[in-house]
Ligand binder design. Structure first.
Ligand code: SF4
Length: 328
């Protein structure tokens, strides 16, 4: 690969991926693989920071995740796809970086406090959970990635990674580049109940959903509550079906729908049926690729092994430099 910048990004295999993940992150990853040298990791150790007490689904989610990634268009010829726990250098670097990271930097991380509040009762007041941003830093630095695609909510983690880099380079030797945020345009999809699409709200449509499941979920979508009869003018801006159309339909069609809804020319049931058709059609090639990958586990294994081999080559070289800089 002769691309000038290197990108590292990962996803935690804690649930099935949904259309929100697909349009929000994965489609961007697909674009980025043409422009940058990309390392995409299924970060299974991160999954343990909040789910250490039940690991029964982990292997299954990893498998599903890699199949989803490949189905939506990540191409192992263009990017490196691997599972984090297959590259032990992440753990070594995490340990070494944890030695130089002041506790106060981790405790003040806004996402830490926020997650502690959100996941109250899950007993995540652990050493591993507090150190999660250091592990994330190790993931990035193992590849000396200089760009990291982030959403606004992950910006504090990246800032922390940059602080750790500065500290390491100052204490020992300038080994690492300071990774920069790569803000990409993410398409936001609501869940079928209008809240954020999320596994915890059970309001999602999985990438692996069958056409029947997609249709069922679309028919359950919340619409404008003020539209009781078809003759009531609608307010598309507050309707989930409209929000989906804005992401998946062509501009012309979105305009037409807005006009028809506001002027009560279309009923919600008809509108939902049209959206379901659109989504089923959009997902058809993805579903076909999914089915063929499911039938070919050896191919998936090969892709992961090749990705891990390439990742290990880069990460082990970085670790050599780190040990040399730290004189250990
Ligand atoms: Fe939503 Fe469509 Fe009903 Fe308008 S017609 S409220 S856009 S479902």
């Amino acid at each position: 690969m002769s691309k000038n910048h290197r990108i590292m990004s990962g996803m935690r295999p804690t649930a099935k991926l949904h259309l929100g993940n697909m349009m929000g992150a994965l489609m961007n990853w697909v674009k980025l693989q043409d422009e940058y040298e990309c390392f995409y990791s299924i970060v299974d150790w991160h999954a343990l920071t909040t789910g250490y007490n039940d690991t029964s689904g982990l292997k299954g989610y990893i498998r599903e995740m890699v199949i989803d990634w490949l189905s939506v268009g990540l191409d192992p010829e263009k990017c490196n796809i691997f599972v984090q726990s297959q590259i032990k250098e992440h753990a070594e670097l995490h340990l070494l970086l944890s030695m130089i990271t002041p506790l106060s930097w981790l405790e003040r991380c806004p996402t830490y406090k926020e997650q502690l509040r959100q996941l109250e009762g899950r007993e995540i007041n652990t050493y591993g959970f507090l150190g999660y941003p250091v592990l994330m830093t190790a993931d990035i630095l193992a590849y000396k990635a200089d760009l990291v695609p982030v959403g606004e909510d992950q910006a504090p983690h990246l800032e922390l990674a940059r602080e750790i880099v500065r500290r390491f380079n100052y204490l020992y030797k300038p080994v690492f580049p300071e990774p920069e945020a790569l803000y990409t345009e993410a398409k936001v999809l609501p869940g079928i109940d209008g809240r954020k699409m999320s596994k915890s709200y059970d309001n999602y449509i999985a990438i692996s959903a069958t056409p029947e499941e997609i249709r069922q979920k679309v028919m359950m979508m919340v619409t404008d509550p003020a539209r009781i009869k078809k003759s009531d003018p609608g307010h598309p801006e507050i309707c989930t079906v409209y929000a989906f159309n804005k992401v998946f339909a062509e501009e012309e069609r979105v305009k037409e729908l807005e006009e028809s809804c506001k002027n009560a020319k279309i009923g919600c049931v008809e509108c939902k049926k049209r959206l379901a058709d659109l989504l089923v059609k959009f997902m058809e090639p993805i579903r076909e690729r999914r089915i063929s990958l499911e039938k070919n586990p050896e191919l998936v294994n090969d892709i992961l092994n090749t990705g891990a081999k390439k990742a290990r080559e880069v990460a082990s070289k970085t670790l050599e430099e780190v040990r040399e800089a730290m004189k250990i």
